[in-house]
Design a protein around this ligand. Structure first.
Ligand code: CMP
Length: 155
């Protein structure tokens, strides 16, 4: 089982799309193991987006991500990191394929609605940034036996 960090970014909250997009992840079969609303501060933005801090678009990215509260969640499932990224589509909503979340809901490179971790190391780092261990839950869903074979692995 893999866990990935999802941010329903400020544009997603402001456009009241959190429920519809969260429903796509739940429909796919992912389990929510943590979720909360928070206001990202400039300090938190710099920690999360450390690799982008020196890029020309960073000031605008920080203004956007701190501009309104967002909803952070941790989703769990087989191959969660890759599958969620594929569901999001390309970074820019202008390039993302129809049928993906950004392809269906975004017409912007920056305001692309949802962030998701891009690999196992990023997932661990980002989950640690946004959630304390006691804010994440281990529990079973009653439908799990009907969602995949008992011996099924990712891949
Ligand atoms: P995200 O997946 O959260 O990772 C970094 C974010 O920076 C990205 O989504 C976009 O919101 C934003 N971003 C990436 N590239 C650009 C760019 N070239 N110009 C402006 N914003 C960008």
């Amino acid at each position: 089982m893999e866990r990935t960090l999802i941010l329903f970014k400020p544009d997603c909250v402001q456009r009241r799309l959190v429920g519809r997009i969260l429903a796509r992840f739940e429909d796919k079969g992912f389990k929510i193991v943590g979720m909360k609303m928070l206001q990202v501060t400039p300090e938190l933005a710099k920690r999360h987006y450390a690799e982008h801090v020196d890029k020309p678009f960073y000031p605008s990215l920080e203004k956007y991500i701190t501009g309104s509260p967002l909803v952070a969640a941790v989703l769990e499932g087989l191959d969660a990191i890759r599958v969620v990224r594929e569901m999001l589509g390309a970074t820019s909503g202008l390039k993302a394929q129809a049928g993906t979340i950004r392809g269906d809901f975004s017409l912007s490179r920056q305001m692309n609605l949802v962030h998701a971790s891009d690999g196992p190391e990023a997932a661990k780092r980002e989950i640690d940034i946004y959630f304390r261990p006691e804010e994440l839950f281990d529990y079973s869903l009653a439908l799990e036996p009907w969602s995949r074979a008992e011996d099924e692995l990712g891949g």
